[in-house]
Design a protein around this ligand. Structure first.
Ligand code: ADP
Length: 322
């Protein structure tokens, strides 16, 4: 195999750049010619495919400490249609590119798996802040987002404490509570609701009351994963029921940006390097991960179906340590 392309797809995540850089550098080290695709599958269909020259490497390396993805990301729902993917395959074949490394979440893995069936040798790398890809203990971007959330909660805590308030904070994670659970442990939030341990609104309200009446807390942080509540309405309901002044804060896209922390950079670099090793060995249609500190790979379609291990133990640690 000689030519390999790389793209980033779906939600961007800090550390994606480090994976791209690792794939490019490892490709050169293994006598392959790397190409970058600008703008995910959309760019692939539109022919935004550029050969990386050794003279580009110095500029590319500047992205080692930058958030986002310097080869851009996009969403293209039409990629589910075979005739749209055929254009992408044609664009790759015209340049005699046989292999494609896709950095993204499970939607991107689905796209990659379908390209494999059409003759492109794909490898998936887990790139999402949500940590919701079970074929890796940690996804690229997760550690940085967790740090951003930790910092944000502590800033919110300052004002909540000053004003004797309850603040409902909503974080990302899609249907995975890892960001919320670990941020809760890191900052000692008072009330936590995650998809793995959902609390009815009434339960949240009674826990808030308990924190104020029994534990005498001035600041009460209620931390929830997205897609569960209307947090503005929930804050109003808490205030109306308990008399505790309440506010809400949706952290939003600040969680997706920022300078990647070292762990994201290191994991991304290890996985990027491994992608090239697998291709070199003639292996493809695989999702790369790191489990118990070891590099692993799974059939990419099986990886999409894998379920995260139970978070029961972690949630118990949160409950016992708050
Ligand atoms: P993520 O990869 O972060 O889960 P999305 O679910 O938005 O993000 O998927 C990213 C892109 O992957 C989509 O915009 C689409 O181009 C492609 N994709 C998603 N699901 C499929 C699918 N079932 N078949 C083919 N391509 C898909």
């Amino acid at each position: 195999m000689k030519k390999v392309a790389i793209l980033t797809s779906g939600g961007d995540a800090p550390g994606m750049n480090n994976a791209v850089i690792a794939v490019i550098n490892s490709a050169f080290s293994n006598d392959m010619i790397p190409y970058v695709v600008y703008g995910g599958f959309k760019g692939l269909v539109e022919g935004e495919i550029k050969k990386v020259e050794p003279s580009d490497l110095k500029a590319i390396k500047q992205n080692i400490s930058r958030g986002g993805t310097f080869i851009y990301s996009a969403r293209l729902p039409e990629f589910k249609e075979e005739k749209v993917r055929e254009i992408a395959v044609k664009n790759l074949k015209e340049k005699e590119i046989e292999a494609l490394v896709v950095i993204g979440g499970d939607g991107s893995y689905m796209g990659a798996a379908k390209l494999t069936k059409m003759g492109i040798k794909t490898i998936g790398l887990p790139g999402t802040i949500d940590n919701d890809i079970a074929s890796s203990d940690y996804t690229i971007g997760y550690f940085t987002a967790l740090q951003s959330i930790t910092n944000a909660i502590e800033q919110i805590r300052d004002t909540a404490e000053s004003h004797n308030r309850c603040i409902v904070v909503e974080v990302m994670g899609r249907y995975c509570g890892d960001l919320a659970i670990n941020a809760a442990i890191a900052t000692g939030v008072e009330v936590l609701s995650v998809p793995e341990k959902y609390l009815e609104e009434e339960e949240i309200i009674s826990q808030v009351k308990l924190r104020r009446e029994k534990h005498n807390d001035r600041s009460i942080i209620v931390l929830v994963t997205e897609h569960q509540y209307d947090v503005a309405k929930l804050a109003k309901k808490i205030e109306a029921t308990t008399g505790i002044e309440s506010r809400s804060s949706v952290l939003g896209h600040l969680q997706r940006g920022g300078v990647p922390v070292s762990m994201d950079r290191v994991y991304a670099s290890r996985m990027g390097n491994y992608a090239i090793k697998l291709l070199k060995e003639g292996k493809y249609s695989l999702a790369v991960g790191i489990i118990k500190e070891k590099l692993v790979s799974f059939d990419i379609l099986k990886a999409v179906e894998m379920k995260n291990p139970s978070r029961e133990g972690l949630i118990q640690i949160y409950k016992e340590s708050k």
